[in-house]
Design a protein around this ligand. Sequence first.
Ligand SMILES: Cc1cc2nc3c(=O)[nH]c(=O)nc-3n(C[C@H](O)[C@H](O)[C@H](O)COP(=O)(O)O)c2cc1C
Ligand code: SF4
Length: 504
Amino acid sequence: MQNMVSGTLNAVQILSAVLVFLFGLALLAIAVMFVVDRTQTKSAVRRNFPVIGRFRYAFEHLGEYFRQYFFAMDREEMPFNRAQRSWVYRAAKGIDNTIAFGSTRDLRPVGTYIFANCPYPVLETDIAPTKALQIGAYARQPYVTASIFNVSAMSFGAISKPAVLALSKGSAKAGNWMNTGEGGLSPYHLEGGADIVFQIGTAKYGVRNDDGSLNDDKLREVAAHDQVKMIEIKLSQGAKPGKGGILPGEKVTKEIAAIRGIPAGEASISPNRHPEIDSAEDLLDMINHVREVSGLPVGFKSVIGAYGWIEDLCDLIIQRGIETAPDFITVDSGDGGTGAAPMSLMDCVGLPIKESLPLVVDIINRYGLDERIHIIASGKLITPAEAAAALCIGADFIQSARGFMFSLGCIQALQCNKNACPTGITTHDKDLQRGLVVADKAERVYQYSKSMHKEIGIIAHSCGVREPRQLKRFHCRVVQDDGRSVPLNEIYPDMTPSEMTATR
Ligand SMILES: Cc1cc2nc3c(=O)[nH]c(=O)nc-3n(C[C@H](O)[C@H](O)[C@H](O)COP(=O)(O)O)c2cc1C
Ligand code: SF4
């Protein structure tokens, strides 16, 4: 009996020793993973959330097997579905972006783009480099670039210092431009080495007098930087047309205050319109004034709702002379992104780019201004097909904000307005910013831009043209409500003379 009791005790002791050992081993493994995650530089999520951040990757991987039973399908999430995000993540990591077995894309929904491949695609040996375009023929310093895909406006303030640095460094390496957004020109935009488009928002941050009006001397100073290539006057952006903004006092740090030209620690209010721009005359006056002072190409950004004003503007340009025209117009989509905006504006105001882009292109073409005014399109154009469709419609350049955010590691946590971004992109919390390692993410920005250019080219070559700028409306078809697709030039037949020759 005594032997049996002592035997049982021994077994219990051994079992507890094993459990204690396993528990210790698990703790040790967690400690090692913690140190590895905290010190590695590739993943912001694991760097900011050591150990538990690993579950995200495990779930993402397991999702491939279980999603079909339980959760959202690949193409169901908003604003960007998993298929789109995964494409950007893989492109940014420079890893194989081919898929197996067959497409998961449903080709039936109305509005789906399908490209018309050519029976005789362009041979690899016949591929041409993308044609460079000159923007601002009448500016003292026109800008020449072949980069089709570029970084859209995001202000330093809305995005963090390491995010600005990584975007600028990656853009410099890829050869694409980067738009400052309305928060002024920071040293980090310059440090990264990218070509810069300086944006003048309604509060004129960075180039303002104390009363919020434009300060010509400050504008001259900004334009004097070699890297600053163009100026964009922001009339509106897709996510919040007709809405200004308040930068709360606690966000106006000394550094942000100095860059924007406002007092530190006090809330700063951006008006919902440039007070001095209330008509086509005012807009053209402002464009010409800014071009005269800066010597750089000048354009404006707007989301389109009403469009008679663009015709008024074109009438005035014809009257005053084509040299007075804006050098570019950035057409932003009604479903564009931002750091923070009222849901009613985000959801319900402003046309989506699919509708507004052909509208603007056709007006500019009708007035014969297509050589003079370049069109930049933005709004969820984050994968090659969406960008190529915009080129078919008539855009000269594409800009993306959120595509490049994904390349920086954004996981679409939708916390941009809470200073709690888990990947360090839209937060001023230094601990969270630590996750965003500039050298690593700059390389991803570069790889993403490179992959976009490469795959837009692949679509163009498949359609039988030597480079993306030769894509025309008849290369892209759109699915209609009867399930058939029709070419874009049948839906929007208002074409330039050169397109008419090409279709014959
Ligand atoms: C975090 C963030 C900040 C932005 N800041 C600005 C800005 O300062 N000025 C502006 O004109 N647009 C701003 N935008 C809008 C983008 O430049 C772009 O027009 C819009 O998001 C559509 O492009 P996307 O779908 O590729 O993001 C911002 C967008 C985001 C996501
Ligand atoms: S808060 Fe979320 S959606 Fe916004 S940038 Fe960060 S990861 Fe992306």
